[in-house]
Design a protein around this ligand. Structure first.
Ligand code: ZN
Length: 310
């Protein structure tokens, strides 16, 4: 309790009530301003997560008063997002997402666990009114996809140095008021200084996902006195163009990386990227750290010796 209140207060917005009570009860976790409940038999990971989560509701929706009956992702999803970082902060990640965690329920890796949710033909979108979300998707979509959307925005799109001040300003501006999703979307685009419409559309209004493939490579021999270059082809086959890292590893063990931004795909579905060469590449990899929820991961790695040129 002490950790959750101190961490959320310093990271996002000060806890405004004079006390906090956590009661071990006979039901599941439940939140009220200043008092929360967990199960009296909860232990370890579950005790940490339920306590942190119920206290986290002090911020969403008790401070930022979104309509949880209508837009549940602004309550459960936003709260689960801040809980995931709290779990990484507490005791060096002792209770950070693992299998069966509230966040990333299958493997503990949200980029893997979200794929079946994104690609399920019957999954509701985040914008589906809460009462119309089937029970089997309530947790997967409202909590997990809602939380992971903010993680993608923080880690893959804006970076913490732009996301954190923007999200703090959102909380501060909408504290004790009633924002709708469009208030949140406009506010974050404005504070981040970037048009994020493509992300709101793909992640919240639709169930879109990223899908990229490598499209071969060409070695261009050095001109006189110059360096040789390597040109790598990349293809977009998805609808959610999250920024994707391209890494070329050279024979001497060094590598060159380039982040392909969303804007690169505005007019094209194919790109050619040239790198100053250090001889023949040993590996060319898209999303080498497997940080993006790309459903089909074939075609993301190219080993030049065995590949054919386009
Ligand atoms: Zn909750």
């Amino acid at each position: 309790m002490k950790h959750a209140i101190e961490y959320f207060s310093s990271q996002w917005y000060p806890y405004p009530w004079p006390n906090a009570v956590n009661l071990g009860g006979h039901g599941a976790g439940m939140e009220y301003p200043g008092i929360v409940f967990d199960g009296w038999q909860d232990k370890n990971d579950l005790l940490f997560w339920i306590t942190t989560h119920e206290l986290g509701h002090g911020w969403f929706p008790m401070i930022v008063g979104s309509n949880e009956r209508r837009h549940a992702f602004m309550d459960e999803g936003f709260n689960t997002f801040i809980d995931a970082y709290a779990s990484q902060h507490f005791n060096h990640g002792e209770y950070a997402p693992k299998k069966d965690a509230e966040y990333a329920p299958q493997t503990g890796d949200p980029a893997k666990d979200i794929v079946p949710v994104l690609t399920a033909p019957d999954a509701p979108t985040l914008m589906m009114p809460a009462e119309l979300v089937p029970e089997k998707y309530r947790h997967k979509v409202t909590y997990f996809k809602g939380a992971y959307g903010l993680t993608l925005l923080r880690e893959k799109i804006l970076g913490p140095e732009r996301f954190d001040p923007a999200f703090r300003a959102y909380i501060r501006t909408w504290a004790f008021k009633h924002p709708t999703p469009s208030d949140f979307f406009r506010f974050m685009s404005s504070e981040a200084g970037e048009d994020l419409t493509w992300f709101w559309r793909g992640w919240y209004f639709e169930n879109w996902w990223p899908q990229y493939r490598l499209d071969g490579f060409v070695q261009n021999p050095a001109s006189q006195g110059g360096e040789n270059t390597v040109t790598v082809g990349v293809r977009n086959e998805g609808k959610l163009m999250l920024p994707v890292l391209l890494r070329v590893t050279w024979q001497d063990g060094t590598h060159t990386e380039r982040l392909i931004p969303t804007e690169a795909w505005m007019l094209h579905d194919r790109l050619s990227l040239s790198f100053p060469g250090h001889g023949t590449p040993t590996t060319i990899a898209l999303d080498p750290n497997q940080g993006l929820p790309i459903p089909d991961r074939r075609g993301l790695i190219l080993i030049p010796e065995t590949s054919t040129h386009p």
